[in-house]
Design a binder for this molecule. Structure first.
Ligand SMILES: Cc1cc2nc3c(=O)[nH]c(=O)nc-3n(C[C@H](O)[C@H](O)[C@H](O)COP(=O)(O)OP(=O)(O)OC[C@H]3O[C@@H](n4cnc5c(N)ncnc54)[C@H](O)[C@@H]3O)c2cc1C
Length: 340
C-alpha cells in the first residue's frame, strides 16, 4: 500500500517553486500502486493531479485533492530490426537521463531533445519539442491507464493526435488517462536533424558528415544552458507561452506595421510567430511585477525569483497577454497547465 501523505508541501515538486499544499500526496512506483492511488481518489472523491517533474504546471493555490507522483522506473528493448530498436520506457524515468542512456547505447533520434526537464510520461502530453525535433517523430506507441476504469490501453502514435505542443491528452482525453510507459522507435544509425539554425551555427566548425549525435546533444545542452535559466537556480517552467499561429493575411498586415517581426513557416496559409519577440517588443523583458519576472535574456520565460505564489506568476502572465494583444492583436496561449 503506497503512503498517502496529508498536507504535503509541493514547493520542491514544481520547478516554479510555488508554495502550495496538497490535501494528499502519494508517490507510486508500480502500476499496482498507481491503481491503489486511483482507487483512493475515487473512494474519497478527490480531484487528481498527476505529477512528473512539475516542470510544466502552475499551482495557483493549495491543491484540494490527491497529487500522484509517477516514479516508475525501467527501460526495455521490446523489438528491433536492421534499422530500428523499439525501447519501452517507464513513465517515471527522467527525460534527460533517457536521452543520455540512448546515446550511450548507440540509439539515435533523441539527441536534439537533450536537457528538457521532466519525466518520460509527461513528454507525450504536450509533444515536447526543441531544436527542430518533436517526440511525435519518435513515439511508436504508449500505454496508459484509464483513470475511471483502471484498464490499460495502448495508444498508437496516430491515436495520440500529436500537434504543436499538443496531443489528445490535452484535448478530448484530458484528465482521463495516466501514461504508464512510452515506446520509442530509435535508429541504429545516426540520422541527424540540423535544420534549426542556432544548432547548425553552433556546429559550424564541423563538416556536416562528420557531426555525431553526441556532438548534437552537447551543442543543444550548451545552447540551452546559455539561453535558459536553470530552474534549480531561478525557478521557471521554460517557455510560458506557445508560439502563436496566425493566418497569412493577419501576418501580412502585422509585417507591414512591424517589418522586423520574427516568424517561422507553419501549415498552409499559416505563420507561426515568436511569442518571445512579441513580449520583448511589448517592453516586458527583464521586468518584475509582484515577485514574478520576465527573464532578462529570454522574454518567453517567466521566472519566480522570490518563490512567490502561483497567483503572482499568473497575474504577470495576464498583464503580458493583455499588452501583447493591445499592441499586436494576437492572443497568447499559456503552455503550462494551471492547477487547481
Ligand atoms: C527550463 C525548462 C525548459 C523547458 N524546455 C522545454 C522544451 O524545450 N520543449 C518542451 O516541449 N518543453 C519544455 N519545457 C517544459 C517541460 O519540461 C515539459 O513539458 C515536460 O514534458 C514536463 O514534464 P514533467 O514531468 O515535469 O511534467 P509535469 O509538470 O509534472 O506535468 C505536466 C502535465 O503532464 C501531466 N502528466 C505528468 N505525468 C503524466 C503521466 N504519466 N500521465 C498523464 N499525465 C501526466 C500533468 O498532470 C500535467 O498536466 C521546459 C521546462 C523548463 C523548466
Amino acid at each position: 500500500m503506497p503512503l498517502f501523505l496529508p498536507h504535503f508541501n509541493l514547493q520542491k515538486f514544481n520547478t516554479l517553486a510555488v508554495p502550495s499544499l496538497a490535501q494528499y500526496f502519494v508517490s507510486v512506483k508500480t502500476d499496482d500502486e498507481l491503481r491503489e492511488a486511483l482507487a483512493f481518489a475515487r473512494t474519497e472523491n478527490l480531484p487528481l493531479l498527476l505529477l512528473g517533474g512539475g516542470s510544466n504546471i502552475v499551482l495557483r493555490a493549495d491543491f484540494p485533492g490527491l497529487v500522484v507522483q509517477i516514479k516508475s522506473q525501467g527501460r526495455e528493448v521490446v523489438d528491433e530490426n536492421e534499422e530500428f530498436v523499439w525501447l519501452k520506457v517507464a513513465a517515471g524515468e527522467n527525460w534527460h537521463q533517457l536521452v543520455v542512456f540512448s546515446l550511450d547505447n548507440a540509439l539515435y533520434g533523441l539527441e536534439n531533445l537533450s536537457l528538457i526537464p521532466g519525466s518520460v510520461g509527461a513528454a507525450p502530453i504536450q509533444n515536447i519539442g526543441a531544436y527542430g525535433v518533436e517526440i511525435k517523430e519518435l513515439v511508436a506507441e504508449l500505454s496508459a491507464l484509464n483513470i475511471r476504469s483502471g484498464l490499460s490501453v495502448t495508444f498508437t502514435n496516430e491515436s495520440c493526435q500529436f500537434g504543436y505542443r499538443d496531443s489528445i491528452f490535452k484535448q478530448s482525453l484530458k484528465d482521463q488517462y495516466v501514461i504508464t510507459s512510452v515506446t520509442f522507435r530509435l535508429r541504429k544509425q545516426p540520422h541527424l536533424n540540423l535544420t534549426y539554425p542556432a544548432l547548425r551555427a553552433a556546429l559550424a566548425n564541423t563538416l556536416e558528415e562528420d557531426i555525431t549525435p553526441q556532438q548534437v546533444s552537447a551543442a543543444v545542452i550548451d545552447i540551452r544552458q546559455t539561453k535558459l535559466p536553470d530552474p534549480a537556480v531561478i525557478p521557471n517552467v521554460g517557455s510560458f507561452f506557445k508560439n502563436p499561429v496566425i493566418n497569412q493575411q493577419q501576418f501580412d498586415a502585422l509585417k507591414a506595421e512591424n517589418p522586423t517581426i520574427v516568424s517561422y513557416p507553419a501549415a498552409a496559409n499559416q505563420v507561426k510567430l515568436a511569442a518571445g519577440w512579441l513580449i520583448d517588443q511589448a517592453g516586458w523583458k527583464g521586468r518584475e511585477v509582484g515577485g514574478a519576472a520576465v527573464h532578462e535574456q529570454q522574454a518567453l520565460v517567466l521566472t519566480n525569483p522570490r518563490k512567490s505564489s502561483g497567483q503572482a506568476v499568473l497575474a504577470l502572465a495576464d498583464l503580458i497577454k493583455q499588452s501583447v494583444f493591445e499592441q499586436f492583436g494576437v492572443m497568447l496561449e499559456m503552455e503550462p497547465r494551471i492547477y487547481p
